[in-house]
Design a protein. Structure first.
Length: 276
């Protein structure tokens, strides 16, 4: 089985084969379709690559390995293997959402030559509170309860969790797209990704990441409170923090114009930092 087929890799059409490359990495429970409002913003300036992690979207589920995907390292390996299969190196711009920000950081540590810059949309190095030094937003019991609901009633979990992630009403288009993605994912594979996502802690690895990064923090995000973005900005070398005046966890879906503007500004070499 080839990597391109395994991870459902898509290269969007572009006239210039030498144009700079953006690779997009989706979050937990999502798939590459979540970027469809953002990619048109860079259609004329960048080659754009989309993929699904094994166990998500239209990836080849036969490639799922419970041991490999029990930690974020397995997903980082997916990302590296996709880049290698396409012959990408050095000047790749990584754009990740949510847990993919941590995955991208881990991949950049393993392969410092791979990405020239990273854009981290709604990142969290650890969702768990670790007082007094760190507030990730959740107590362990909260996350264990969330996973227990997945086990007991997967559809009910999806219907509950989607509006929390979207930061909008249950009948909003973004909520509907998220719920549809959650429900179309194999529950066993989704449960594995959830465990790896919500109980990972990459804080100790942050100091080894040398790739410049733009942190895009949502101002009102139930999953990732503002202090998390500030923590990352402090501990990630060569990072820039920008706080988007957005509710929810998915600005690339709800406010793609703001995300595109922030990315363009960052890639142009103009640092910006908007604090709460």
């Amino acid at each position: 089985m080839g990597i391109i087929q395994r991870n459902n890799v898509k290269q969007l059409p572009h006239a210039n084969p030498d144009a700079p490359v953006i690779i997009y990495a989706h979050g937990f429970g999502c798939n590459q379709d979540m970027w469809h409002l953002l990619t048109p913003e860079f259609a004329t300036t960048h080659r754009q690559i989309l993929f699904d992690y094994v166990g998500s979207g239209s990836s080849d589920a036969r490639a799922f390995d419970a041991l490999r995907y029990s930690s974020l390292a397995g997903y980082a390996q997916d990302l590296i293997e996709v880049c290698d299969a396409l012959g990408l190196s050095k000047d790749v711009i990584f754009v990740g959402h949510s847990v993919s920000c941590s995955i991208g950081i881990l991949a950049s540590i393993q392969r410092p030559d791979l990405f020239s810059q990273m854009v981290l949309v709604g990142p969290s190095p650890c969702f768990l509170n670790d007082p007094p030094a760190y507030s990730g937003g959740f107590e362990r019991a909260d996350l264990e309860g969330l996973l227990a609901l997945m086990d007991q009633n997967y559809i009910g979990w999806a219907e509950y969790f989607a509006p929390v992630v979207a930061g909008s009403q249950a009948d909003s288009p973004i909520t509907a797209q998220l719920a549809g993605s959650f429900c179309s994912t194999d529950p066993v594979m989704a449960r594995q990704f959830a465990q790896a996502t919500f109980f990972s802690d990459i804080r100790q690895a942050l100091g080894r990441c040398t790739t410049p990064s733009l942190i895009l923090q949502h101002r009102r995000d139930t999953l990732v409170p503002l202090p998390v973005g500030e923590y990352l900005n402090t501990h990630l070398k060569h990072s820039v923090l920008q706080v988007l005046d957005v509710t929810g966890h998915c600005a690339h879906m709800s406010h793609p114009d703001q995300v595109a503007s922030a990315i363009r500004h960052y890639l142009s070499g103009s640092d910006s930092c908007v604090l709460p």
